[in-house]
Design a protein around this ligand. Structure first.
Ligand SMILES: [Cu+2]
Length: 164
């Protein structure tokens, strides 16, 4: 009698342990699936809100920056028309330390732009084209700019850069 009942108890124990393992695996699987869905659903709106806030903060912060910092960043853009045989304007005024960008457009023939003392030059630019040069006006004074093509300089294609 006893010999036949012991194996039956062992089998039922195995059945129960097996059922618990199956339930545990299914439960873990469900939890992983739910948590995966939850993180995706929650992250999307959170990220959008964070980006919007940081953009707004960046837009409002620079107002209290020192003026010296703003001047260093700024570029003086000066448009110059080059023709036969002139520059327009023929006088440019900037402040010492300013970054200057000369934007020269040739309206006829071909012209260049040179300031020898400051090492500034725009190569020969044909009619209808625009060329630029950028430099820092790091020394005070009056500096002649001129066109080196042919006899243009002698014929009056000159101007004065004044650094104050
Ligand atoms: Cu010229």
């Amino acid at each position: 009698m006893e010999g036949s009942t012991q194996p039956q108890k062992g089998n039922s124990m195995m059945m129960i342990i097996g059922a618990i393992v199956v339930i545990a695996v299914v439960a873990v699987g469900i939890m992983m699936t739910r948590s995966g869905n939850n993180t995706e659903a929650e992250n999307t709106p959170d990220n959008t809100a964070t980006i919007d806030e940081s953009v707004n903060q960046d837009m409002t912060v620079p107002a209290e920056g020192e003026q010296a910092g703003d001047e260093m960043e700024a570029v003086q853009i000066i448009e110059v028309e080059a023709g036969a045989f002139y520059y327009k304007p023929n006088e440019i005024r900037v402040k010492q330390g300013e970054k200057v960008r000369i934007v020269m457009t040739s309206v006829d023939m071909m012209h260049d732009f040179n300031i020898d003392e400051l090492g500034v030059s725009i190569p020969v630019t044909e009619s209808g084209n625009t060329a630029t040069v950028e430099f820092v006006a790091d020394q005070k004074g009056s500096f002649e700019y001129y066109c080196s093509v042919g006899q243009h300089r002698a014929q009056g294609q000159v101007g004065t850069l004044i650094v104050e």
